[in-house]
Design a protein around this ligand. Structure first.
Ligand SMILES: Nc1ncnc2c1ncn2[C@@H]1O[C@H](COP(=O)(O)OP(=O)(O)O)[C@@H](O)[C@H]1O
Ligand SMILES: O=C(O)C1=C[C@@H](OP(=O)(O)O)[C@@H](O)[C@H](O)C1
Ligand SMILES: [Mg+2]
Length: 160
């Protein structure tokens, strides 16, 4: 969460001259309400069910760069679907995470004690990110443009 998947995903798509899509945006558009509202009104399991279908639909119907929500890898079927794709795991340390997400209420899982929540989420998820990733790109101290270039380099892709 907050590592720059959405920001860098759009930059990578621009450089490759291909389409960009973000499953969180798809969910918000389909539901007509924010991620935070979905969490509050329906709870996390309901959000995860929407997310699973959003990722499945995007992987089937989109050709280009896809940014996922940070929790999408919690679903085993989603991880299996990702196996055929060029998945990049963007990493950062906790201090960078707190700076990037700040006190932003858009991420309900970090709403209370973001530093502790982020650490705990990463401890639970790190192995899943590593499992699905073809490449790991560290983002600490790098601008979004530098991260986008590092992603292209890691996947050995050339700018269009
Ligand atoms: N490399 C970076 N350096 C500094 N800030 C960044 C970087 N990448 C993204 N950000 C900022 O961090 C915040 C979270 O980025 P976002 O792309 O929404 O992350 P994610 O989709 O992974 O949650 C945004 O305010 C964004 O502008
Ligand atoms: O990691 C998570 O569980 C979440 C990450 C968010 O997306 P970003 O990773 O784009 O912030 C969003 O899907 C939701 O708030 C839950
Ligand atoms: Mg995002």
């Amino acid at each position: 969460m907050g590592v720059g998947k959405s920001t860098v995903g759009a930059l990578v798509a621009e450089r490759l001259g291909c389409a960009y899509r973000d499953t969180d945006d798809d969910i918000v558009a389909a539901e007509g309400r924010s991620i935070a509202d979905i969490f509050v009104e329906e709870g996390e399991p309901a959000f995860r069910a929407l997310e699973k279908e959003a990722v499945r639909a995007a992987l089937a119907g989109h050709d280009g760069v896809l940014a996922l929500g940070g929790g999408s890898v919690l679903d085993a079927d989603t991880r299996a679907l990702l196996a055929g794709h060029q998945v990049v795991y963007l990493s950062m340390d906790v201090e960078e995470a707190v700076q990037r997400t700040g006190l932003n209420a858009a991420r309900p899982l970090l709403a209370v004690n973001p530093r502790k929540q982020w650490r705990e989420l990463m401890e639970a998820r790190r192995h899943l990110y590593t499992e699905v990733a073809r490449a790991v790109v560290a983002t600490d101290g790098r601008t979004p443009d530098e991260v986008a270039q590092a992603v292209l380099d890691a996947l050995e892709l050339k700018e269009a």
